[in-house]
Design a protein around this ligand. Structure first.
Ligand code: 13P
Length: 251
């Protein structure tokens, strides 16, 4: 049985005090929801504040990126150990915004993931096609390459600490959501690719959907058998709205 995971990616939003306020409002709203894992990924600057405010609540605290070296002359970068030190236990890697604006390749995504896992962090590894790739029928090729290269040389233990997030780039922040059929088709394909590489372990891997998830569409997206959760941007910034996603209707 895969436990659903509803994850907030705050992107470049919220100051420390705003992050602290959010968690203080959010924790009581979801304290009775024990059959869903909740994750919050604030900017690095609020990581420790969120970890402190969320202590004891069971909420998973994640960074939005990481560098693959543990320390050194890498101005501006943050290491896996620093994320742990700040109270994070997970990290989002390979988000399409990082691939698009910061030129992250599948090989960098793989190096970052391996380094994070080696340090004992869990990983949310993001994949997904652009509109142009979908319109030219390359969705499956792109997703297959991102999985094969992103997860390259993962051992069984590393694999078990990894969650995949399928985020079609054309659905991120656009208000356009993949239909439940499109999401299920992509998620089923992703699981079949993972199965080819890792066998039955694929049945344990959580695959989240991301892209304009909101209270109005979360129930139908979560009803798809291969969708195990959501990675949410815009609708994760308000505690009331995000709590509604955590309380999606079970089928
Ligand atoms: P939106 O929910 O704002 O579309 O963002 C999705 C996303 O990129 C989450 O990582």
């Amino acid at each position: 049985m895969r436990k659903p995971l509803i994850a907030a990616n705050w992107k470049m939003y919220k100051t420390i005090s705003e992050a602290d306020d959010f968690v203080k409002q959010f924790v009581p709203l979801v304290k009775d929801v024990t059959d869903v894992d909740k994750l919050i990924a604030p900017p690095f600057t609020s990581l420790n504040a969120v970890a402190t405010a969320a202590a004891g609540s069971g909420i998973i605290v994640a960074a939005q990126d990481v560098f693959y070296e543990e320390q050194g002359a890498f101005t501006g970068e943050i290491s896996p150990g620093m994320i742990k030190d700040a109270g994070g236990t997970f990290v989002i890697i390979g988000h399409s915004e990082r691939r698009q604006y910061f030129h992250e390749t599948d090989s960098i995504v793989n190096k970052k993931s391996k380094a994070a896992l080696r340090a004992g962090l869990g990983v949310v590894l993001c994949i997904g096609e652009t509109l142009e790739e979908r319109n030219t029928n390359r969705t499956f090729d792109v997703v297959k390459r991102q999985i094969a290269e992103g997860l390259a040389e993962f051992c069984e233990a590393e694999f078990k600490d990894t969650v995949i997030a399928y985020e079609p780039v054309w659905a991120i922040g656009t208000g356009v959501t993949a239909t439940p059929e499109q999401a299920e088709e992509a998620h089923g394909f992703i699981r079949s690719i993972i199965k080819e590489i890792y066998g039955d372990l694929a049945d344990e891997m959580r695959i989240l959907y991301g892209g304009s998830v909101k209270p109005e569409n979360v129930d139908e997206i979560m009803a798809s058998p291969n969708v195990d959760g959501a990675l949410v941007g815009g609708a994760s910034l308000d505690p009331q709205v995000f709590s509604k996603l955590v309380k999606f209707r079970r089928g």
